[in-house]
Design a protein. Sequence first.
Length: 176
Amino acid sequence: MKFGRNFIPAYNAQAAVTEEQIIVAAEITSEGGDFEQLEPVVSATERELQWADVEECPEVVLADAGYWSNDQIDSLRERGMIAIVAPDTTRSRPRKTRLGGPYDFMRRVLATERGDELYSRRLGMVEPVFGQIKANRRIGRFKRRGRAAARSEWRLIAATHNLMKLHRHTLAAATG
């Protein structure tokens, strides 16, 4: 990945999660930014769901401002999905480069009661997953080197996250 003017060996972990914080798709990329990852992560999610014989497909995709890409948002819309992606990192001040057209449209969507309600779910869905993995489990870096090894490691981390969720759910049901 590029950091400043230098390139260092690193990977950017991507995850698609359900409202229950279950990781459905876990991928890595050597791209430092997320803006090219929205459509690939959604496609990976569809493949994983198909492989698991789940017939339901994502209808609404929620993503933060780092995932903004007009082309990728348009691609998801063409596939019949509603993509709600924040055009700005904060709701108070828009970037000078993100004015007009689709940016203003998305700001209007987020300003509606339904748009705000949908987008506000994102924070409680995906952020706790990464917080649990990075802070509570202290997994901040990949231990293995090479793309295939790092991808396998990330998928193992995702699988153990899901197993812990299942275990806690099972315990809660048994004692509740």
